[in-house]
Design a protein around this ligand. Structure first.
Ligand code: URA
Length: 208
């Protein structure tokens, strides 16, 4: 499935929702890599089809695999707390997807082959949702779109021009924040809140 194939003129919520459901059906049947063999559920997305923000995570974990929804486990709960603190509403403002839609065994990082095999689904999701902002959450999601070497601590929080007509930013992955509890100025949790506050501000600037 090429990106051109799905760049249909998806403007309204109903058309977008229908187009995403069709892609999800195709994805359910996908056998392009080995991950489909060990998964319980396909973890395609969470959120609304016309969301302003599309967040790309790494891969489903055990709780996501059981629920069939991204970011519902410990990382997801921490992410929700940060959204709330920054004044962002997950259910209204986000469409959430991962770089791969099936859980890698033992939560290992997806391989390059798995990322490539799953990429057309993510491209389709981005093309259909056409968000105002894309957040690349963690190193794996950032590496999927940024080919140059980088340190996440150096590129996070910057507005990037990776996608045409869509503002994008790399943010820390919540699993990293689960291992770093400090909220002192300069700590990863402090930066995460600053970055999401910057997202909130940018979102408001589109409305004024
Ligand atoms: N971590 C991710 O990157 N994605 C999920 O859906 C859950 C945990």
């Amino acid at each position: 499935m090429s990106q051109q194939l799905i760049s249909v003129n998806c403007r309204d919520l109903e058309t977008k929702t229908k187009a995403l459901a069709e892609i999800k059906n195709v994805c359910e049947q996908c056998r392009a890599c080995e991950l489909c063999k060990s998964r319980t559920s396909l973890v395609f997305s969470d959120g609304i089809a016309n969301a302003d923000i599309l967040l790309v995570g790494e891969a489903p974990g055990a709780e996501e695999d059981a629920a069939g929804k991204p970011f519902v486990g410990r990382s997801g709960r921490l992410l929700n707390e940060f959204f709330e603190q920054a004044g962002l509403i997950r259910d209204k403002e986000f469409y959430i997807a991962n770089t791969v839609k099936c859980r890698p065994p033992q939560n290992r990082i997806p391989t390059e082959e798995e990322l490539v095999a799953c990429r057309s689904y993510l491209n389709a999701q981005i093309s259909i949702v056409k968000p105002k902002i894309i957040l690349l959450c963690g190193t794996t999601a950032a590496h999927a779109f940024i080919k140059e070497d980088f340190k996440i601590s150096q590129i996070r929080g910057k507005w990037l021009n990776i996608f045409e007509n869509i503002d994008s930013m790399v943010i820390f992955h919540p699993s990293y924040l689960l291992r770093n509890h400090s909220t002192e100025p300069g700590s990863p949790r402090w930066y995460m809140l600053k970055d999401l506050e910057s997202v909130k501000k940018r979102l408001e600037s589109y409305k004024s």
